[in-house]
Design a protein around this ligand. Sequence first.
Ligand SMILES: [Zn+2]
Length: 247
Amino acid sequence: MNFIFIFILGLCFGSFINVLIYRVPIGLSILTSSQCVYCKKKILIFDNIPVLSFLLLKGRARCCGKKIKIQYPIVEFIFALSFIYSFYFSNDIFNFIFLSIFFFILTAIFFIDWQHLIIPHVFSWSLIAIGLIYNFIFNQEILDYLFGAILGALLVLITNGIYFVTKKKQGMGMGDVFLLSGIGGCLGLVICFISFFWASILATFYIIFSGQLSNLQAKIAFGSFLCLAAASLMIINNFYSLSNFFY
Ligand SMILES: [Zn+2]
């Protein structure tokens, strides 16, 4: 019972992430009711049930018959899974809230950066704030997280500097600076450092296997890889405290 309730709640939050992914990058209000992205007709409440409506409508909008992006149920499902994870592997209610918001923000950034190659500051700044506030109140090693947030920003800025000097063009954007800073604020100094390299490895694999190696001018959503890296390391770190290997 508990499990199903948590899963459904996760799907509903995931549905809200879809709203943010669609509206924030193009500057639409998130408070108005849902409307079809194609014909702008209002979406009925029973056509707006996470995952289920997509399946019942066979992936097509009721109003105009256009294809609904598969991304919608995927986002809902992914967040529901991370919500369940947060519920069952958190130490207390505050840890549960912290983990949920962490995965919530990363899911939103992952898809926004992937589609638009931007990371709205509202998400990355929230990540920095939630990480530092949570660890300041509940963690004795606050300096570890404070330095993590500073190192995160510096890592991207220094890499950008080197890239600019050698290639004479800009590498990552300020969005990545704040995102890695937020990852450092949430996960601490050591894991922030590992996240950066893990994301670079993932991005390199993606470039090789997606056949983009011949087209190195193409921009890639490095922020999305940072999100993948940070989310996976948060989960691994919960089982094997990674920092312990280094201290
Ligand atoms: Zn429509």
